[in-house]
Design a protein around this ligand. Structure first.
Ligand code: DC
Length: 230
């Protein structure tokens, strides 16, 4: 018997909806690789910070991207991110880089560069790619597209818990950051955050991780069966 074809699974949605947790669990379960496309935008944003390049200068950012080596190495608990061979996995999660990533990602030229790289990574299937435009732009023919959403208040609470922001000022700053990022990611002209027409929208506000996993596992089983008949 031939091996079943390995699928391409797109998981899109806003920050804090649970994409990374779900994607890495699914990857482990299926033996797929989990690729966080956001980490690539974050790595470029970090390089812009290090080189004092304006987040508004699309030409300079593209040049910078072309000179950069951004690698995602899937690990059991997320992606190890290398920028020009340096491990920046932790640094790119910091607040300044988070904000900068949302700003550099508005530029169509930067996005085109990222999309080309992301497509190369998924060419052989067996990939769960998470981001904002995976189902709409990067893999419009993905076998399964999930748009994972959640109420903004719930997403903010999850972030506060994740980074263990204890004092109210830090928590408020997190909520403000999230709102600003949501607004920018969803209203930019180039590939704004939106579900693909054929995406399955799951609202995780009232669902636990196990519920979301169960629903997506069902969907994967359906798609795997469909792929076997192709
Ligand atoms: O998923 P994340 O929080 O690591 O993403 C960081 C930023 O990168 C986010 O604010 C928007 C941008 N991004 C994007 O525009 N397209 C993607 N596919 C992934 C992330």
């Amino acid at each position: 018997m031939t091996e079943p074809r390995k699928l391409v699974i797109a998981i899109d949605g806003p920050a804090g909806a649970g994409k990374s947790t779900i994607a890495s669990r699914l990857a482990r379960k299926l033996g797929y690789v989990n690729l966080e496309s956001g980490a690539m935008y974050r790595a470029l944003a970090l390089k812009a910070i290090m080189n004092d390049i304006s987040f508004d200068d699309a030409d300079a950012l593209l040049l910078l991207a072309e000179k950069s080596k951004i690698e995602l190495q899937p690990q059991i608990d997320g992606n190890r991110v290398l920028l020009d061979t340096e491990d920046v996995s932790r640094r790119i999660r910091e607040r300044d880089v988070t904000e900068a990533a949302s700003r550099v990602s508005v530029h169509p030229a930067v996005r085109a560069w990222m999309v080309a790289r992301q497509r190369d990574m998924g060419v052989n299937g067996g990939v769960i790619m998470e981001g904002r435009d995976i189902g709409t732009v990067v893999f419009p023919n993905a076998d399964l597209k999930v748009f994972l959403d959640a109420d903004p208040t719930v997403r903010a609470e999850r972030r506060i818990e994740q980074v263990q922001a204890k004092d109210p000022a830090a928590a408020k700053a997190l909520v403000d950051d999230l709102k600003r990022r949501d607004q920018r990611d969803a209203t930019r002209t180039a590939s704004p955050l939106a579900p693909a027409a054929d995406a399955i929208v799951l609202d995780s506000s009232k669902l636990g991780i196990d519920d979301v996993m169960a629903r997506i596992t069902e969907l994967i089983a359906e798609r795997t069966a469909a792929a076997a008949h192709e």
